[in-house]
Design a protein around this ligand. Sequence first.
Ligand code: NAG
Ligand code: NAG
Ligand code: NAG
Ligand code: NAG
Length: 419
Amino acid sequence: MLAAVTCPPTTIILCTLLSLQKAHPASMATAEPITRKCLGADCENEAGALQCPTCLKAGVQDSYFCSQDCFTRNWTQHRTLHKKAQTQSGIIDKFQPDTHTGSYNPFPTFSFTGPVRPVYPLSPRRAVPSSIRHPDWAATGIPRAEQRLHRSKIDVLDSKGQEAMRKVCRLAREVLDITAAAVQPGVTTDYLDEICHAACIEREAYPSPLNYNRFPKSLCTSPNEVVCHGIPDQRALADGDIVNLDISLYHGGYHADVNETYYVGAKATANADAVRLVETTRECLDMAIAMVKPGTPIRDFGRVIEKHAKARNLSVVATWGGHGINTEFHPPPWIPHYSKNKAVGVCKPGMTFTIEPILTLGKPREVYWPDEWTNATVDGKWTAQFEHTLLVTETGVEVLTAGNGNSPGGPIAMPVPKE
Ligand SMILES: *[C@@H]1O[C@H](CO)[C@@H](O)[C@H](O)[C@H]1NC(C)=O
Ligand SMILES: *[C@@H]1O[C@H](CO)[C@@H](O)[C@H](O)[C@H]1NC(C)=O
Ligand SMILES: *[C@@H]1O[C@H](CO)[C@@H](O)[C@H](O)[C@H]1NC(C)=O
Ligand SMILES: CC(=O)N[C@H]1CO[C@H](CO)[C@@H](O)[C@@H]1O
């Protein structure tokens, strides 16, 4: 129903790009109708509005092609230009808005730790109809009720509360799956935000991140070295990226929280480091979930997660942990993902909380961007995260945000080494 543009497989890159430009008339309006020659060798045609996404990412603004066919046929020869452009200009690092697209890096003097850059302007704030119940921060930007919470009391939900959690978590899974289905090279994270927002509204749910401590968007998108809380912007996903989508919904007075890391394109699934990182993180979450039952101390999850991460030469980010979730977004308990932690509390039937390990290929430390949200790894190495909302039952656990057989993503095998 909310399917993105349907393109035959070979036309995906240019087609999504074209559709994205169409979807943002504001930025199109600034582009004057210039006639450009197609970059295809031996091609005499005039080019339309289709640009090579790899060039765009590298800050090269003049790579127009007349058609997908011409682009594909000239790919081998054209790609040699990418190396040249990258060594000349590095990445998009221009303060001056680009004359064709109007996009710019808002923090030109900041020392980014890896190649990912913010690509502004952000799209205008998306509206939520007043008929949908809003959390308190929707108007003020400040989660007042959450700040007033007693920090150690862990709620136990009655059957009515559990039913409400089941419902909002099912909706969150639907929204995650719809948004994740749109992940592909050439798609901007802002476009994913648009899809997520519309899917929330359609389900009469408020997208919890929107205006939470003034977060400007309905979804967090965290690619590559971005640890978490990335703001959806005009950066197009590239073949070879990994990206975490973090979806939270407020519906019927309860919150759901789920996030998952996805591979973007075939280059990502062929990258052994990326696959080791993403699949180990997925396994860490699964191993911790398997321990959830009445009586399990909350401090035990971290030991199992860190042991598995270390066995794969990965480190665990200690700054964030899982948290309770119910009528509030982030109530107690706090759930660390590292070993030898001193978290208090024991699982009891009716508790709802998240487990959400973050692993990295390098140092488990972050720096944050001047946008006051985006945390990136200190060494620019990649990072991945998986999160589920869980209900402790009488005998074990119910994964309230579980995927189904049709959910995008899911585990893949390690790529076979070439040599
Ligand atoms: C580039 O595309 C044009 C038009 O489709 C084709 O005639 C030409 O042979 C291609 N050149 C190369 C180097 O592939
Ligand atoms: C996943 O969700 C949790 C809980 O809201 C959050 O703390 C974490 O930062 C999210 N991960 C990413 C990558 O945004
Ligand atoms: C573990 O990862 C570190 C950091 O990426 C690397 O320097 C080291 O060689 C790796 N060790 C093994 C045994 O693979
Ligand atoms: C450790 C660290 O840098 N954490 C930061 C992540 O980003 C948020 C929002 O900018 C900061 O408040 C944290 O300090």
